[in-house]
Write a protein that binds this ligand. Structure first.
Ligand code: GCW
Length: 835
């Protein structure tokens, strides 16, 4: 019955508004509106000819059929020979030259590039999709389909594109048991219980998404690597994953553990210069390449966060890298050696210590010592994916060593799929930043990592993607834009953020101008917004650094060895990294850049506290003080997210109901969290600095009644740690089976919205019931999944009850019924006039 009902509803829904899960992401091929569709039908030949039988070319063909069927409701006829009628011809340039020289223009394509052309010959008009390689054929096909989906003309095609750099990869931090380190979209698409999943169809779906962007490689296991991946027994699992990705032109790479020669190789050492170890790596590579001849190579995290590395045996990173790289070399494999090497037990009392220095300190003196199939894989910033960091100085240091940039697509420090944060504008700032690395030319990071500045043979971009089995891939539809944007930038870093988000939005949600305007402006401003409420002025994300990297904990970064210090004290805030007065980090940049960061006056405001410790009263360029900026930006950030949710609400009916509802819920949640951050950070700095907010907002929350001041039955008041995690630094929780908190309303009569701020930890499902003067007005169960078991900012949640008639003296009773270890915690209620 239910099934039939669903079917009827689906049939009744207008075209284009069918419920969508997000699984097809930007490759939905939604039906085009009639007049537009007709135009394309007229322009498109009815036959598709595929030259070549390679798997990616076959994928290109099936993708073309699928796309045209979806968008234009036409089934192209597939053929293997060029007919005398118009055709779409797909193949490599070499294949086309051979089979149909009249269709091949003079010229060449390079590096996985493609060429889309309209060719008129003997009165017949054909569309030619030529690739340099079979991958290029696939990329050209996706490009043609994208043009159609975006409504661009395909009448007189003459479009040649070549990628900016050869390495356009993603990494995955997936564990073999199926969990994902820093993944927010469910379990691994690759692994389950120590093996490749039985059903790898999601891997194939993923390969398709990657290919549509021109991404040509992926590592498939965590850089915190399980040594088992190199055991012979495991090899068939790798083969299966590689088989699933091959048709999409995506090579597989493995993250390896440097200790493997000892842990799984049966040797007594992993010293890279030991002949046995050299032989181990060589034999291992030979063995793996016999099974997976097109393996991309290896990735290594060494000497970092507890991973073993060459330092344990007195060798250098170059010794380590070259030995492994030489084993890969005969097979055409490459070796990514991560630049993320640092000491996480640094003494914070030593004012010269600075984690930001680590990458440059570790690799500077080794420049030129690495083999040419080694790449130093460098995170965009010198710390660790914080909400704002300068470009890593190492990009400008290495001249005789290959490098790639590592960007994080998964939103570890960026709201973990629960907050919408579009990262392309942030990446663009780094990619476009001129490192002044070579006199007489501009040397933006994008050119340096592509090897263009110092004539390196190769380079490119790597994104840590960590998609999961959730249909939305990331746990948030909006987060898909980050994978899309990464891929587009890896192909062409000169694209603007605006262009990328405009494409993504139209492909993902359709062409409705109101949808496009709302989504693009939200996405484009979302990074600044997130920065505003989580860590402005270069403070870095003020999150739980030693814990979940999600909730708010301003001091979690301090007085420990992890080195993400901001040194907030009574007088000032920021880390002094100048050469003259601080750690000398600023001096790791080339002189022109170093000069800018050396002094407070020339450092951009956005990075001020990253480079300098200043008094709270320090004036910014706008004339505002640092402390007032911290207050204002948090209020502004929270207001902007509330606006996002409202703007989205206005799109009802213009987006399919499912994604509409899911994104609305996400934005409303984010709006609630932004208030928690706002209140917490502002209170913290107010307490620390003792300087009042010019607008007197801190501690003055209209309509807010603290739970600890309510009349309590069985509820117990408790302090929250860190204190800024709860309003008034306190919460109440229920130690028995059922507790009550009663609030008395004392305002004017009228319609009111009541927000209940409660705590939803992940170790139970407590129930809440709200009644006014004995009349039940709301009840719910706290089952959201956030990464905390504690009553703190991360578990802080809100339930809004709209439109309640309240009169002075009314009693609002909240009953909390704990379940599991969830104690039905409450922070406050807030009563405001219904808008
Ligand atoms: O950002 C940190 C993460 C770790 C990660 C590490 C790295 C895979 O918190 O989870 O480990 O970076 O990049 O190696």
């Amino acid at each position: 019955m239910l099934r039939r009902l669903v079917l009827v509803l689906v049939l009744m829904a207008p075209i284009g508004l069918r419920a969508e899960s997000g699984l097809d992401a930007w490759l939905r091929y939604a039906p085009l509106e009639e007049p537009v569709a007709r135009r394309y039908r007229d322009a498109l030949p009815a036959v598709v000819v595929t030259l070549g039988t390679e798997a990616p070319v076959q994928s290109a063909k099936s993708e073309l059929l699928r796309g045209i069927r979806g968008m234009l409701n036409r089934n192209l006829r597939a053929a293997a020979r060029i007919p005398s009628e118009p055709a779409i011809v797909i193949g490599t340039l070499a294949q086309i030259r051979q089979a149909a020289p009249q269709l091949a223009a003079a010229g060449n394509i390079e590096g996985d590039g493609f060429w889309l052309r309209t060719v008129r010959s003997n009165g017949v008009r054909s569309i030619v999709i030529a690739g340099d390689t079979d991958r290029g054929v696939l990329y050209g096909t996706f490009a043609l389909l994208r043009k159609i989906a975006l409504g661009e003309s395909i009448n007189d095609l003459e479009q040649k594109e070549m990628p900016y750099s050869p390495i356009r990869w993603v990494n995955h931090w997936e564990n073999l048991d199926g969990s994902i380190e820093r993944g927010y979209g469910g379990r691994s698409i690759f692994w389950e219980n120590g093996k490749a999943r039985e059903d790898l169809s999601r891997v194939s779906d993923y390969g398709r998404l990657l290919a549509s962007l021109g991404i040509n490689g992926t590592s498939i296991n965590n850089v915190n690597a399980d040594a088992r991946v190199l055991s012979s027994e495991f090899l068939p699992q790798i083969v299966r994953v590689a088989d699933a990705l091959r048709p999409w032109g995506v090579k597989v790479a493995l993250s390896v553990d440097f200790g493997s020669p000892r842990t799984v190789g049966g040797l007594t050492t992993f010293d890279p210069l030991d002949p046995g170890v050299i032989a181990y790596w060589k034999n291992k590579a030979d063995e793996i390449y016999r099974a997976v001849p097109d393996l991309g190579g290896f990735v290594l995290k060494a000497d970092s966060e507890g991973r073993v590395g060459p330092s344990a045996v007195g060798r250098t990173h170059a010794d380590a890298a070259n030995v492994v790289a030489r084993a890969l070399k005969p097979h055409g494999g490459v070796f990514f050696y991560r630049g993320f090497v640092y000491d996480n037990r640094m003494d914070w009392r030593n004012p010269k210590n600075d984690r930001a220095r680590a990458a440059d300190d570790n690799f500077r003196n080794l420049d030129g010592k690495f083999d040419d199939n080694v790449f130093i894989q460098i995170k965009n910033g010198p710390i660790d994916y914080q909400v704002r960091e300068p470009a890593s100085p190492l990009f400008g240091t290495l001249e005789k060593t290959n490098q790639v940039i590592e960007l994080q697509i998964t939103q570890e420090y960026m709201g973990q799929g629960r907050h919408t944060v579009f990262l392309v504008p942030m990446w663009k700032e780094v990619l476009d930043f001129d490192m002044r690395a070579r006199p007489g030319m501009t040397t933006p990071v994008k050119a340096l990592v592509a090897g263009k500045v110092f004539g390196r043979p190769s380079g490119g971009m790597i994104g840590v993607s960590n998609v999961g089995l959730d249909e939305s891939w990331f746990g948030n539809h909006m987060s898909q834009a980050n994978l899309y944007g990464f891929g587009r930038l890896a192909w062409n870093p000169d694209l603007s953020s605006k262009q990328i988000i405009d494409e993504w939005t139209r492909l993902t949600f359709g062409d409705d101008p109101k949808v496009v305007e709302t989504v693009t402006s939200m996405q484009l401003s979302s990074w600044r917004t997130y920065e505003n409420y989580t860590g402005p002025l270069g403070l870095q994300t003020l999150t739980d650094i030693t814990g979940n990297h999600y909730g708010l904990a301003v001091e979690a970064s301090e007085r420990n060895g992890w080195g993400q210090w901001h040194f907030a004290d009574e007088k000032g805030v920021g880390m002094e990294r100048s050469v003259a007065r601080g750690t000398g980090f600023a001096g790791q940049y080339r002189p022109d850049v170093a000069k800018v960061y050396e002094s407070v006056e020339t450092t951009p405001d956005d990075l001020l506290l990253f480079f300098h410790h200043v008094p709270y009263t320090q004036k910014l360029r706008s004339g505002k003080t640092v402390i007032q900026y911290i207050y204002d930006s948090h209020y502004e950030g929270a207001e902007t997210v509330a606006k996002y949710a409202n703007d989205w609400r206005a799109l009802k009916g213009r987006i399919d109901d499912r994604r509409f509802a899911e994104v609305l819920a996400q934005l409303q949640y984010q709006a609630g969290q932004a208030i928690v951050w706002r209140d917490g950070v502002a209170t913290y700095f107010f307490k620390m600095s003792g300087i009042a907010d010019a607008k007197n907002r801190i501690g003055n929350y209209p309509g807010r009644l603290e739970a600890e001041s309510a009349a309590l039955k069985d509820y117990a008041v408790r302090a929250v740690t860190p204190p800024e995690g709860a309003s008034g630094e306190k919460a109440i929780d229920c130690p028995v089976a059922r507790c009550e908190a009663t609030f008395k309303y004392s305002g004017e009569s009228g319609w009111r919205d009541v927000t209940v701020r409660y705590f939803d930890v992940n170790s139970g499902a407590a129930k809440y019931r709200v009644s006014v003067n004995g009349q039940l007005v709301a009840e719910w169960t706290a089952t959201d999944r956030v990464p905390t078991r504690r009553i703190d900012s991360a578990s802080s949640a809100r339930h809004i009850i709209e439109g309640i008639q309240l009169r002075a003296g009314d009693e609002i009773l909240i009953e909390g019924i704990p379940e599991g270890s969830e104690t039905a915690g409450l922070d406050y209620i807030e009563i405001v006039p219904t808008p």
